[in-house]
Design a binder for this molecule. Structure first.
Ligand code: PEP
Ligand code: MN
Length: 346
């Protein structure tokens, strides 16, 4: 349940309400806005039945939250969450965030070339896989630690903060030392040991929806991370498995407005893994923005034909720049903006 306080509540009154709730054995979570504060109560709510919560000084109303996710629920936060990545980038808020880069980090040159190209086209975060979750044990598995070092190097050269996937609980500290944001891949969305460990990480998390996960399961995965101490989460719709075989996955466009209704966390779309085909990246990006997404994550490779992973769905740098040009009209139509590329006329 949430307790909504009066605008003029004093700090002492706020403390008193929290003490009463906590003394009944529940946890409290505070969300402070400019005009009001919400106290979220988590735990066995039947224990609150005996407490005269509505009559405590400073309380305006007490509202039940019937969903299984609490911290992630829209009701728990006065404002929508804006997640900070590195020093300069944010996801959430009015501007559409663009994350772009190769599926896998293959070598220094290709990473650097891609990073410069996507930055100059307007991307604000660089992606690049170091540990790759491949369906076949015989496929390229990523450069691992070497890729992490290259991401750090290219971040220093371009100023772009970096996001990369962490596959294993044993690598969380290592990846957090190198990357600005940690990605949970679709295949790991319900790896609860990993989610709990990421709750303790001091880095924002990009949580991708499992290919067969419901929206509620995605939100419960976010709740795991939040319950373990990390509120900086960006959700990602990356396509789900359906009977349709014409595309790699089916972009669940409806998930975007549903998530925006259900949670205060930002939501981005991955048009590359959804369609699995470079020619679909544009239309799926536009659909995502139109449906209310806060950003996109797009695979870009200097030479998609020779990519070691996901070449079919990767855009060449020129195609990414063309996408960015067309994207701004869709962003404006959706009441949003896109970052102006470095060096572009204002
Ligand atoms: C990726 O981002 O390269 C990736 C493997 O994505 P997903 O987990 O969505 O398949
Ligand atoms: Mn990929």
């Amino acid at each position: 349940m949430i307790i909504i306080t009066r605008p003029d509540i004093s700090d002492d009154e706020l403390d008193h309400i929290r003490e009463r709730v906590e003394s009944a054995g529940l946890h409290t979570h505070l969300s402070r806005g400019e005009h009001r504060t919400i106290i979220g109560c988590i735990g066995d709510e039947s224990r609150l039945q005996e407490l005269p919560l509505r009559t405590l000084p400073g309380v305006e109303s007490v509202v039940p939250v019937l969903k299984p996710y609490k911290r992630a629920s829209r009701e728990f936060s006065v404002d929508r969450t804006v997640v900070q990545i590195g020093a300069g980038a944010t996801i959430g808020g009015k501007s559409i965030a663009m994350i772009a880069g190769p599926c896998s980090v293959e070598n220094r040159e290709m990473l650097h070339e891609t990073a410069v190209a996507v930055r100059d086209a307007g991307a604000t975060v660089l992606r690049g896989g170091a540990f790759k979750p491949r369906s076949s044990p015989y496929s390229f598995q990523g450069l691992g630690r070497e890729a992490l070092r290259l991401l750090v190097e290219v971040r220093a050269a371009t100023g772009l903060p970096v996001v990369t996937e962490v596959l294993d609980t044993r690598d969380v500290d290592l990846v957090a030392e190198h990357a600005d944001m940690l990605q949970v891949g679709a295949r790991n969305m319900q790896n609860f040991a990993l989610l709990a460990e990421l709750g303790r990480a001091k880095r924002p998390i990009l949580l991708k929806r499992g290919m067969s996960a419901t929206i509620t399961e995605l939100l419960m995965a976010a709740e795991y991370i939040m319950a373990n101490g990390n509120d900086a989460i960006v959700l990602c719709e990356r396509g789900i498995r359906t009977f349709e075989r014409a595309t790699r996955n089916t972009l669940d466009v409806s998930a975007i407005p549903v998530l925006k209704r259900e949670t205060h966390l930002p939501v981005i779309v991955d048009p590359s893994h959804a369609g699995g085909d470079a020619s679909l990246v544009g239309p799926l990006s536009f659909a995502g923005i139109a449906a209310g997404a806060d950003g996109l994550i797009v695979e870009v490779h200097p030479d998609p034909e020779s990519a070691l992973s996901d070449g079919d769905q990767s855009l060449a740098p020129s195609a990414f720049a063309a996408l960015m040009d067309r994207l701004s009209a869709f962003a404006v139509a959706a009441g949003r903006t896109v970052a102006v590329p470095a060096g572009a006329p204002a």
